[in-house]
Design a protein around this ligand. Sequence first.
Ligand SMILES: O=C(O)c1ccccc1NCC(=O)[C@H](O)[C@H](O)COP(=O)(O)O
Length: 209
Amino acid sequence: MRIRIKFCGLTRPGDVRLAAELGVDAVGFVFAARSPRRIEAADAAGLRAAVPPLVDVVALFMDNPGSEVDTAIRALRPTLLQFHGREDDAFCRGFGLPFVKTLAMGGGADDAAMARKRYPSASAFLLDGHRPGEPGGAGARFDWSTIPPLPRPVFLAGGLNAGNVGEAIRIARPYAVDVSSGIESAPGIKDGAKMQQFVEETRRADRNE
Ligand SMILES: O=C(O)c1ccccc1NCC(=O)[C@H](O)[C@H](O)COP(=O)(O)O
């Protein structure tokens, strides 16, 4: 099965258009307060307009109040939500959209294994290398061989780049790979060459080359 690709933390319409041209499956926009990639609801319409059909639009939150989530949903019209903080299952499912729940692997696989039980409504889990309570987008890797069995598709994240995504795929065989800092020249500023190389290396791993 083809490994899906999510580019996260986009802030510029040109980067969104290039991501879609490169064939990524999802683009993520960060509304978390603790992020240098945060976008405002006022920016969302322009970014949304740059996303062509059949590319998932992911709105990402980290313990944002429900009112902020509602405002972001109205502005961005996402197809998928991603919750990165201490949000519980009822909160996450309360907006009527499918959601991905981030599990922090920086505290150890047991944390993630225990956490998954608390999100029966999640459509997928994003496993990231940060420690519990920390923001993502930190380039934090974890041991890809420690992924616990999970009842939902796994998005693998944390410190991925064109140089290591092939190894990560061979070890973890995830449903999707997710990247932010590994395709940037600065936080929120995506680098076209890094984006293209990341897609090429993911496709190469897909072909088991
Ligand atoms: O990307 C951020 O700035 C961010 C801030 C706060 C919470 C989550 C955040 N990103 C979550 C993502 O899904 C990132 O793509 C993921 O952490 C991987 O980031 P990276 O290690 O930089 O590839």
